[in-house]
Design a protein around this ligand. Sequence first.
Ligand code: PCD
Ligand code: CU1
Length: 805
Amino acid sequence: MNDLTPDREDRVAKLKGLGCSRKRVEDARFTQGKGNYVDDIKLPGMLHGDFVRSPYAHARVVSIDASAALALDGVVAVLTAKDLEPLGLHWMPTLAGDKQMVLADGKVLFQGQEVAYVVARDRYVAADAVELVEVEYEELEVIVDPFKALQSDVVLREDIAGETSGAHGERRHPNHIFLWEEGDKSATEQVIDSADVVAEEMIYYHRTHPCPLETCGCVASMDKVNGKLTLYGTFQAPHVVRTVASLLSGIEEHNIRVVSPDIGGGFGNKVGVYPGYVCSIVASIVTGKPVKWVEDRMENLMATAFARDYWMKGRISATKDGKITALEAKVTADHGAFDACADPTKFPAGFFHICTGSYDIPVAYVGVDGVYTNKAPGGVAYRCSFRVTEAAYFIERMIELLAIELGMDAAELRRINFIREDQFPYQSALGWEYDSGDYHTAWDKALAAVDYDGLRAEQATRLEAFKRGETRKLMGIGLSFFTEIVGAGPVKNCDILGMGMFDSCEIRIHPTGSAIARLGTISQGQGHATTFAQILASEIGIPADSITIEEGDTDTAPYGLGTYGSRSTPVAGAATALAGRKIRAKAQMIAAYLLEVHDNDVEFDVDRFVVKGAPERFKTMAEIAYAAYNQAIPGVEPGLEAVSYYDPPNMTYPFGAYICVMDVDVDTGEVHIRQVYALDDCGTRINPMVIEGQVHGGLTEAYAIAMAQEIAYDDMGNCKTATLMDFFWPTAWETPHYTTDHTETPSPHHPIGAKGVGESPNVGGVPAFSNAVHDALRPLGLRQLHMPHDHWRIWKAANDLGLHG
Ligand code: PCD
Ligand SMILES: [Cu+]
């Protein structure tokens, strides 16, 4: 038919399918400032909301006087808990099965808590009116320490004071939320108590915050004539928001449309439901006008979802020759004022029980106590699949400490305890089934790449020079080997508020051979529009450039649970491949008909179906698509569409080997990072360039978290880090240089063998940076230094070790 048949390699290249470093299609608009974010949405007659927030961390609200605010020109309404109460909306359910005040009801429990919601003509009038609302508070005793909270007579949550059990079982104190346990407690204790070698330490993973470039916000627009509510917002899970909004408001779900437009970074911050959304919806219903709420940076850092804040008491035991025999973790988790953690319902501590890491540990126990304090609620997976970064940091610190006890090289200790390749699928002592891995190969590749032995020799020379007084800089080699767990579902284990964690893809091929695919996930910068088109290109033989990927509009996208926990590739990516295969199956019937052969006599080849044994007889996908619409084919419906809902049989277990080399100046506490090497194995790689970008971004966040970034409170519960003056955000100036590398061990159960990768660099990066600091000061006696390792804390550690003379 064609005079020239392009050769096969060219045809593959033209698709820009799997494995191609296709340039990101979304960047044309992002780099030109042409993105469409929530704050770009301007609807006719739109009003603006702003919050009156509590200056106190714990106080009774005696009275609220809004009269001066209401008198200000342009102010439309001031909502308080009293206004929301008749609607039953003064409290709302959290994703963790707790409830949270939408507006202060009787008292406030953290600094920055929402007290009243002002609605005005514009954002400036709203801000002025906030200043005019007079709230009388009566200060109460503040508790910021979770250990003290469990001893104190001060009851933080008076609303549930008498309840001896909550969403996750028994509560043993009014400020206790749950005790969640996994593994064999007594067997673990027995092994550790009688072991040859034991390392024991309290590891703290401090409180921090995802702090995306774009803060959280929404525009609620109630069309009273048609009874339709449209909600635009920075949502990482738009369908979940629709369902929750319907359940809370009583508006039927088909009358609610939720739209996530472009999102300027999510990092877990935009998974939960915030009072701003509820108040904006109510305000729009009451006023009949669209209402916009967009928080500022201080509000974002002070009041929306924090991350981490895990106190992890660990014990790990081994034989004299270094074989690990048991692991125990007793965690105190500071959840702040409300348990608003975003974890699958059955796992109130997320997937923390991946904390046996990459090692074959025969027996283990984890116990996590959730505790209320006077801090902001949240507990989100800031670039880590549900508490996995805490788990990885914990085990990678415990390994280093065990190496000290054993007097063994920490790289070797890891090697002799890795799960071996022939042990996969591997059943962990804490209940997970690791799908695939080849840790030894990855580790050897990493150590060789950085010349590990050479580095150790250099470090020893440097230490001698330090001891002779010839240098004040010590060299640290930070090792980290991590196993991530991403891609929640399966539905049988994983749900959020009862909503099963599957995902979906719906494809429509147009008659001229281009296509649109819609997914239940939503990109916040990851590049889904680029990469999901690549999966499809390889599956259906239509060039990625001819496929539009659309996400985030619940009126058009199939139902899905959204994007977080690196689940898009493992779940929605699988749905995409399978929907593509349905298209291909129908295309095969059409091709066979057009080529006048039996269905089984044609086979798929890159971008066409060819007659087996006669490759010159073929129909391209474009020809097939045209015929699907325009030719009567006996026994086949017109059109070429498919939809797939995918419930994964298991999660995927990406892994990696990260090594950081740094010099630590003991006199100033400054560090100079020489090298960061990151080897990732995320199974089949869809787009190597996107992966590299993901790793760079995640490493930068890991660097920030390990070295300086934190949400800190004083004893009065004042948040000391609510601006970017105090909250560390690395710029190009501080950010180190990265070297990326990979191995490729496909997931055996994922249709294209892909695993997630977006979170891996955080999970693997934090221990690499932190271990490097520890490694530098270890020969001089340092055991454990809590993060973040800012200059002051490193200086202080050196001082405590007597290094300042
Ligand atoms: N194998 C493979 C894998 C993957 N990939 C690619 O890469 C990315 C990613 O992916 P994943 O891993 O699947 O993930 P996703 O789901 O999509 O996403 C999520 C993530 O993502 C990350 N990254 C990022 N980036 C950006 N730019 N932005 C943002 O925001 C962000 N975030 C972060 C986070 S935090 Mo969470 O939420 O915390 O839980 S989770 C998370 C995409 O595009 C994909 O396609 C490829 O290529 N291959
Ligand atoms: Cu996490």
